[in-house]
Design a protein around this ligand. Structure first.
Ligand code: NAD
Length: 476
């Protein structure tokens, strides 16, 4: 069936004290598996394994590392259906959505196989001393990777692939809600030729102490985290003690701006992707939908029609578009956001009531007239709720969009490209979807400003999160 043990030094192991934790299927609340949960001893074993593997992996020629990653891409490409099925089972997202994630996740191996052989340095000539400066990049050391449950495959491969390309071994700690997908990737990496100890996987019930133990081991040199801003702050403080390089992909509160001259059907299509990918449980999810007052009625009606057309159910069943949310707490939080918005005067166009269980379902919901004071305009909804507010002019909407501590992604829809670029530049966000509802792309630098994070994943930048720059100053 599924792999459920810890993966340390290329071996499957039970926890040293035999402890386990259940993994649930959010569609029916059944237990899918019991997975091993690491003790302090297991964490120490993973650190030793990664450390033991480091020198050899770092010394491999870039082409060799690249070809192993490329094989991982080829093997994983052939197993995308099985991986997508596992994603649906433990995360809930519908099959097509899960297949989209499996494909996206797989691409990181191809992209970074190509980047592994393009790590250029440069030579300079010091203007004052005349010395030659030879600048090059070295693998940083052990990477500690901590990932969330919303993209169980992609958030892992987005970190594993660049780390391996750079020459770093890693210890990955997936979320306890969705560890099975990450474990399923290990035989793929093994078959591709990744040596024992280069990638280790630990599940734990003690996330705080386990990650802290790793970050206080002098051999760990990078912590790459994807998750909530709240936990990101904790890890930044933990990383400070040993001055470990942080790469942080944190929460979002994406504005989705529909200008009066937007192509409305295209904007609705974009909003459906930006809102409904992974049932809205995405850091990139459109959280605040600002629509120009002259087109608000038309946009709301069209979005409502599209949302009503989605079929909710067990993500493995054919025809289902929207699966359950990951757990009861997430579902209840979404229900609270809707209640709060309605109490403050928002109008419900569709959805708005959670069905009876089993399963943590919440229906696609459209709200209009959502006031700025509503909680869902400040916090991540993380569910299938589209919150619409009308705006009157460009100045106002840019101010509203930027009035948040988050800065991950924003979306703008307009037929006027110059205006779209002007607004995009004024948005204090790491990424902008201009007439597009999807920005995630292995070939582009993913990341946010302000409290949405530090650093970039993917693109040319991603590999440098796992490298140290050194220069050699010399004369001849
Ligand atoms: P979370 O922060 O609760 O958990 C993320 C990971 O951190 C999990 O593996 C969890 O076990 C671990 N963790 C929790 N407490 C910890 C601690 N004290 N020390 C060490 N590790 C700890 O987030 P989540 O609920 O799993 O995921 C949702 C959040 O992730 C949202 O805020 C979302 O926006 C964010 N996210 C961001 C991106 C991005 O790229 N910016 C991508 C996906 C998700």
């Amino acid at each position: 069936m599924h792999h459920t043990q810890l993966y340390i030094n290329g071996e499957w192991r039970d926890a040293s004290d035999g402890s386990t934790a259940p993994v649930y299927n959010p569609a029916d609340e059944s237990v899918l598996a019991e997975v091993a949960t690491a003790t302090e001893e297991d964490v120490a074993a993973a650190l030793d394994a990664a450390d033991g593997a480091f020198a050899d992996w770092a010394a491999r020629k870039p082409r060799e590392r690249a070809e192993i990653l490329r094989r991982a891409f080829d093997i994983m490409s052939g197993q995308r259906e099985e991986i997508a099925r596992l994603i649906t089972l433990e995360n809930g997202k519908a099959s097509a959505d899960a297949m989209g994630e499996a494909t996206y996740a797989t691409e990181f191996f191809r992209w970074f196989s190509e980047e592994a052989v393009r790590i250029d340095g440069h030579m300079g000539h010091s203007p004052a001393s005349g010395a030659r400066t030879l600048v090059h990049h070295k693998p940083a050391g052990i990477g500690v990777l901590v990932t969330p449950w919303n993209f169980p495959a992609a958030m892992g491969t987005r970190k594993i692939a660049p780390a391996l390309a750079a020459g770093c071994p890693v210890i990955i700690k997936p979320a306890l809600e969705t560890p099975l997908t990450m474990l399923a990737l290990m035989p793929i990496l093994e078959e591709a030729g990744v040596p024992p100890g280069v990638v280790n996987v630990l599940m734990t019930r003690r996330s705080g102490p386990a990650v802290s133990q790793m970050l206080h081991d002098h051999r760990a040199r990078v912590v790459s985290f994807t998750g909530s801003t709240q936990v990101g702050r904790i890890l930044l403080k933990e990383a400070a003690d040993n001055v470990i390089t942080p790469a942080m992909e944190l929460g979002g509160n994406a504005p989705f701006i529909v200008c009066k001259d937007a192509d409305i059907p295209a904007a609705v299509e974009g909003a459906m992707v930006a809102k409904m990918r992974n049932m809205g449980e995405a850091c990139t999810a459109a959280n605040r939908i600002y629509v120009h007052e002259s087109v608000e009625e038309e946009f709301t009606a069209a979005l409502t029609k599209a949302m009503e057309g989605l079929q909710v159910g067990n993500g493995l069943e054919p025809g289902v578009d929207v699966g359950p949310l990951v757990n009861a707490a997430t579902r209840d939080k979404v229900a609270e956001f809707v209640k709060d918005a309605v109490a403050r005067g928002a109008r419900v166009h569709c959805g708005g009531e959670a069905p009876e269980g089993p399963g943590f379902f919440y229906p696609p919901t459209v709200l209009s007239g959502v006031p700025t004071e509503a909680a869902c305009m400040h916090d991540e909804i993380f569910g299938p709720v589209a919150a619409i507010q009308a705006f009157a002019d460009e100045e106002e909407v840019v101010r509203l969009a930027n009035a948040t501590e988050y800065g991950l992604v924003a979306y703008v829809f307009t037929r006027d490209m110059a205006k779209g670029l002007r607004i995009s530049e004024r948005l204090d966000y790491g990424m902008v979807g201009l007439n597009r509802g999807l920005v995630s792309d292995p070939a582009a630098p993913f990341g946010g400003t302000k409290q949405s994070g530090l650093g970039r994943e993917g693109g040319h930048a991603g590999i440098f999160e796992f490298m140290e720059t050194q220069y050699i100053s010399t004369n001849w």
